[in-house]
Design a protein around this ligand. Structure first.
Ligand SMILES: [Zn+2]
Length: 123
C-alpha cells in the first residue's frame, strides 16, 4: 500500500461564532492543506498518482477559499468555518475530482491553521 501527499495553501479570514475567546473576532490564517491519497496499484511508470495532477486538482478546490472571508461563503452559511469543517469541505470537493481510479482514492485532507495546529478529516 502506498500513501502519497501533496501540500498547498490559501489565505483567508474567518471568525468562529460564539467562541469564548479571541477567535470570535475577525482574523486571518495562511491555511496549509495536505491531500492524502492511498492506493496499492502503480501505473507503468511506477506512479500512484501524478503529484502535479493531484496538486492542480487541490489548487482548483482551494481557489474557492483563497482571499475570502470564509463566513460569507454560501457553504458556511449554517456552520462555522473551523479547520475541521474546512477540511471536510475540501475533502468532499476533491474526492469527486476525476483523477482517482481503481483502488487509488483520496484518504484524507489535513488543514493547518498554524504550523502547530492542524486537523485531518477522514470519511
Ligand atoms: Zn482562526
Amino acid at each position: 500500500m502506498f500513501e502519497l501527499t501533496v501540500k498547498s495553501e490559501f489565505e483567508a479570514a474567518h471568525r468562529i461564532e460564539n467562541y469564548p475567546g479571541k477567535c470570535v473576532r475577525l482574523h486571518g490564517h495562511n491555511w496549509i492543506v495536505e491531500a492524502i491519497v492511498q492506493g496499492d496499484t502503480l501505473n507503468e511508470l511506477g506512479i500512484l498518482i501524478d503529484f502535479k495532477v493531484l496538486k492542480d486538482a487541490l489548487n482548483k478546490v482551494l481557489d474557492e477559499f483563497d482571499h475570502q472571508y470564509l463566513n460569507e461563503l454560501e457553504i458556511f452559511a449554517d456552520k462555522n468555518p473551523t479547520a475541521e469543517i474546512i477540511a471536510k469541505e475540501i475533502f468532499d470537493r476533491l474526492s469527486t475530482a476525476e483523477i482517482f481510479s481503481g483502488t487509488t482514492k483520496l484518504k484524507g485532507v489535513t488543514v493547518y491553521e498554524s504550523p502547530k495546529s492542524g486537523v485531518t478529516y477522514f470519511p
